[in-house]
Ligand binder design. Structure first.
Ligand code: ADP
Length: 276
């Protein structure tokens, strides 16, 4: 995370614009925040959408049509809930956005990059632009909180001198500075999820995708996690959260994209259920 963003986290007024970030010096194997991927210049920032899907379908090898003709635009800075019953296609949509799967038809763009034409070697660079948070946290059990977050930087070849401050900022963001030396089994579920969010944020991503992040947490702790995601969104990071948590969705009155049988059946600001 850059200093500029950390300052924004430390106390911006709600809705304050994200401060301009000074570009970090490029080093082999690392991509400074906001830099274009090789051969793929970013569109001008004011026109950038985080996510743009046009006519996207996904048919798995067994013939299952998991997504059918999806059109979806998520402007930078949005906070959206992705809802729908089990089997509706939510995970498939997320897999397309992080290039775990390729669309069978249509165009998928994330942060200005056309994923259909992205070269294999560029995929890890894309993933550094996206922070992902899962329901089951996916922490490394033998590593401490600090090491779990640092590992996300290690695997991308970030120099050691840049790692320490970045990890400290990410842990401060989620309020886990005191727990830095503990292992996941010494943490509560909420603390484990906050560790996972710190790991997702340590690269200063433009988009956070949270796949049922509160699915394993009790209601009070779920609210803490949601508040944290809202704060991250206020810093300017786009947030897409897949959830079944009707209470949270209905209370927050944010944009809700509902999938059913692979199609978008609703895209509007509102509650978990359609209100008439
Ligand atoms: P959700 O996340 O909303 O529960 P999924 O995206 O996991 O939905 O699944 C959508 C549909 O695609 C389901 O019918 C599911 O069984 C099917 N599906 C998911 N992954 C695969 C796969 N790898 N191969 C075949 N079918 C799949």
């Amino acid at each position: 995370m850059s200093d500029a963003v950390f300052r924004a986290v430390a106390g911006p007024p709600p809705g304050a614009p994200r401060p301009n970030q000074a570009p970090a010096p490029a080093t082999p194997g690392s991509v400074p925040p906001g830099a274009p991927l090789p051969g793929q210049p970013l569109p001008p920032r004011e026109r950038a959408d985080s996510v743009r899907l046009k006519g996207v379908s996904k048919t798995y090898g067994n013939g299952k049509e998991a997504l059918i003709d999806i059109d979806l635009v998520i402007p930078e800075g949005d906070f959206i809930f992705l809802v729908g019953p089990s089997g509706a296609g939510k995970s498939t949509l997320i897999k397309l956005l992080v290039r775990d799967e390729k669309a069978s038809a249509g165009r998928v763009e994330v942060a200005g990059h056309d994923l259909g034409h992205m070269k294999k070697r560029e995929v890890p660079l894309l993933r550094r632009r996206i922070g992902i948070v899962f329901q089951d946290f996916r922490l490394l059990p033998r590593k401490t909180v600090h090491e779990n977050v640092a590992f996300a930087l290690e695997v991308t070849g970030t120099p050691k001198r840049r790692m320490q401050p970045a990890v400290e900022r990410a842990l401060a963001l989620v309020g886990l500075t005191e727990q830095a030396r503990q292992r996941p089994d010494q943490l509560s579920g909420g603390e484990q999820q906050r560790t996972a969010i710190a790991r997702a944020m340590v690269h200063d991503p433009r988009l956070i995708i949270a796949d049922e992040p509160t699915g394993n947490l009790d209601p009070l702790i779920s609210w803490e996690i949601i508040q944290l995601l809202l704060r991250i969104n206020e810093m300017g990071t786009t947030v897409m959260m897949a959830t079944h948590d009707a209470e949270v969705v209905t209370a927050l009155r944010r944009r809700v994209v509902a999938l059913e049988d692979g199609r978008v059946v609703r895209d509007e600001v509102g509650g978990y259920h359609r209100e008439y």
